[in-house]
Design a binder for this molecule. Sequence first.
Ligand SMILES: *Cc1c(COP(=O)(O)O)cnc(C)c1O
Length: 361
Amino acid sequence: MSVYNFCAGPAMLPAAVMEKAQKEFINWQNLGCSIMEVSHRSPAFLSVAERAEENLRKLMGISDEYAVLFMHGGGRGQFSAVPLNLTSASDQIGNYIVSGTWSKTAEIEAQKFCQTHACNVIQRVDGKLSTTPVSQWDLNNNAKFIHYCTNETVDGIEINEVPSFNDQLIVADMSSNILSKEIDVNQFDVIYAGAQKNIGPSGLSIVVIRKSIIGNKQTAIPCIQDYQLAYENNSMFNTPPTFSWYLAGVVFEWLLEQGGVSEVEQVNAEKARLLYDYIDNSKLYRNAISEQNRSIMNVPFQLADESLNQQFLAESEQQGLLALEGHRSVGGMRASIYNAMPLEGVKALVKFMHEFEGKVL
Ligand SMILES: *Cc1c(COP(=O)(O)O)cnc(C)c1O
């Protein structure tokens, strides 16, 4: 039986990536030891590190005007790094767009380091949730930056429009949809992502930042969160998460072998279409997000009769469909269908959902 893991994060990795890592695990390229057991300053690791960055630049179309940083602390580490690195004093202001759980959490963390102007952009129209158009966002004119989350992993809300407002820096938390579709990096000043959704193992966070804005930071900034130190030391101010960096590099190679982000985007669109179409046409399941904001990575859905939730989860697990329980804050179900989830996995899920509906209704 094939097993498909719909966990929101840490999430499944491509089978080919896991097999390659397994093959290289004990003896990396005849080095006689694992890439995890060597110095981060050794030629072996430096070649892995540089290649990973090169391939990410290729995949996302990142120009020389941007630095790529491999940092510690996952997505949340960046919730504090962003205000510390983009304001030079704690009385400066950051605009925080609130579109769901993670963007709200980022705003709460930032309150420790700067003034925050929170803008709720969620509206409910005819019972469906959506975000208001960027032109209607109630922004503070004097803020240094606009922080928003391009894909709310818990709520299943994706924002496709990119904001732009005077000379304010645009900062995007792309933890759960980085590399899922083509974007224009030049529209952003900072893009960051915790690795464990669409990149690799947890702990690593990737930061893509416009070089010209590095260094205008607060003085009391922890050194491991300092973009300038990370940049000047090629992300090796201290020991980086070497295994995660290595494995991220294997994922980037896999993505290039798939034909790059444009190819993967088409598969992702097909997976999401299949699942949403099925949900919309069923009597048992529903999704409360308007079409324009539906996430192609995280698909939350509710059963019309919530007392069936436990049975749904138990039976799906028996069928090898793992981790479909929704986040504890929203309940219901959630299928995370990141790049590593093959189309067959979504087909197997839809088949199960259909059989389950036929049985209980
Ligand atoms: C998972 C996630 C985070 C938090 O990541 P951690 O590595 O657990 O800190 C932040 N933002 C988004 C959008 C996420 O999906």
